[in-house]
Design a protein around this ligand. Sequence first.
Ligand code: EPZ
Length: 430
Amino acid sequence: MDRIRIVGGNKLHGVIPISGAKNAALPLMIASLLTDDTLTLENVPHLADVEQLIRILGNHGADISVNGRRERQGESYARTIHFTSRNIVSTTAPYELVSKMRASFWVIGPLLAREGKARVSLPGGCAIGTRPVDLFIEGLAALGANIEIDGGYVNATAPEGGLTGGRYVFPKVSVGATHVLMMAATLANGTTVIGNAAREPEVADLAKCLNAMGAKISGAGTGTITIEGVRSLSGARHRVLPDRIETGTYAMAVAMTGGDVILEDTDSSLLETALEAIRRTGAEISETNSGIRVVRNGAGIRPVDIVTDPFPGFPTDLQAQFMGLMTKSSGVSHITETIFENRFMHVQELARLGAKISLSGQTAKIEGVGRLKGAPVMATDLRASVSLVIAALAAEGETMVSRVYHLDRGFERLEEKLTRCGAHVERVSD
Ligand code: EPZ
């Protein structure tokens, strides 16, 4: 099993190309099941989660061809992928496939809308909390679906004549359930209004693509989304938006090590709250023609408190990385996690590098230390593992991160991107 070896201490200098967003690419790929025409997605990152979803979509009958052309020779490995689901050959998403990645549960929306039925295993994914599916079930029921849970599977059926538009106000913001309800409603009879919808940029990106396919969606990116159902959707070509979590991760890496890096092909408006928090730690962040520049010279890292929240708040997917950064701050900071109840597994691994962190409920208190020291650590989930990388980049000596398959789920060519900026990071295959 691969491990990543990091020797800390180098400042970062150079250019890092930001990939297409994993969390936009996954729902966009799933949306291809809504049409018998071809959906072409550009700027799809090459990640384990994308490969897994390709297998899942293939199981439903999607014909998938990958254009491996490098968009920027030697730098970015984004791919253009064509998805054609002429016929849906199976409306069942089996446990063996769905248990590996929670987002694969989302096929329930398109399958139900297009075929009138779906049998989808209850999901798996990162072990960061209980992550139930009640909001999906209530939302789809508001469109007239009949839903039963049996033997670990969710069985959903649409009434004769298909789903009907409805009104559903989420009692709690859910990105995935917003994606699913929006996709299902595109082919429902009549108009659907979703209240307290997730406002994440990935929801707006999905709506943009669905509209290019002929859907009639307005309000995506705000708390109220209105969808006028249409009879069918066509193919389209869509470019996946930049990965704001990858952008924030590398920005924090520079804030941690010091240096001067341009994050290319990204957009600061996707992560303003996180960038503001990074600025307050002492890094300078400015916009460039094609992305953002992050500089930290000399000055120490200031302690900053954050609380995670749905967009436009501080993203939970950057919480672990920010904690990595705070381990070397010049004072005491507090990080409160409000989205997932078990997203602090990086705490004990950061402690192995010398971090001083104590937990009280959903809040972590981080007492900054003058120096971190390299150690063997274990990746526990996707974002937790990259927080260890950030800390290791500023630790003295060698850190060996094991279980890097977590990193491969969401960070495209991490070691290459960091190495090009002067970091000492290498993959070790046993
Ligand atoms: C998406 O997960 C992201 N995944 C997550 O990123 C991200 O952390 C999360 O949104 C929050 O921003 C993808 O986009 C593929 P939610 P999702 O439904 O949609 C509760 C990463 O590292 N909830 O918005 O699964 C849930 O338990 C991943 O890339 C219910 O109670 O998250 C959580 O507490 C990890 N009932 C909260 O809502 C439900 O039916 C928000 O979860 C559904 C969710």
